[in-house]
Design a protein around this ligand. Sequence first.
Ligand SMILES: *Cc1c(COP(=O)(O)O)cnc(C)c1O
Length: 236
Amino acid sequence: MNSADASSSEQLISRWQQVRDEIAQASEQAGRAPDAVQLLAVSKLHSADAIAALNAHGQRDFGENYVQEALEKMQALAGRDIVWHLIGPLQSNKTSEVAAHFDWVHSVDRLKIARRLNDQRPAELAPLNICLQVNIDDEASKSGCTLAELPALVEAVLVMPRLQLRGLMVIPKAGDTRAFATLAKTHAAILARLPALSGFDTLSMGMSADVTEAIAAGSTWVRVGSAIFGARPTTS
Ligand SMILES: *Cc1c(COP(=O)(O)O)cnc(C)c1O
């Protein structure tokens, strides 16, 4: 490692530590247990080396958006104690790779994708952890099921043996953190309606700009990219 790499790795660790402090502070302010909120480090478009550096400091969970890019990193980092989360839109032609290699998918938003993941999850692996992505603002351009579609999707996924339904995920319209409270209320309503539902303990919400608001509203996973890794390289 040359000295430029060493100093950028130091910066990376110090930004990561700042985000951890921010999470701890927001949890305390919200009166929540210190371990109630987990940090998903969103490493899309950042290198396997950066992931390795954070992993060496104890960050286990990493979020990726692009399946092919993620598979390459998994191969480069094979043998490490890393939990891989897919958080980006998932096309049906990628589901078998995802079922075979990821631990979590936060972005399931339709029955067809859930069915394929359930059918394709290898028998020797634990059930795949699933969050259903909800499009609270009903923006036509965004992925996620509508609030109206959600109950049927919940009922369908919860009987799929190779999927473990863990909770709900949202990406709010920029700057509009009201979606966090709506998602939390929706999650509570599902639990009230299905009291026997076990393991449905997850609210995946909050990104670099709104970690504190998301934690105040009950987030259990914040998905943080740029506040840890810096600006993402452009793809073009
Ligand atoms: C990229 C991404 C994030 C991280 O966003 P930052 O603003 O960089 O923290 C979180 N969630 C999803 C679904 C993303 O695509």
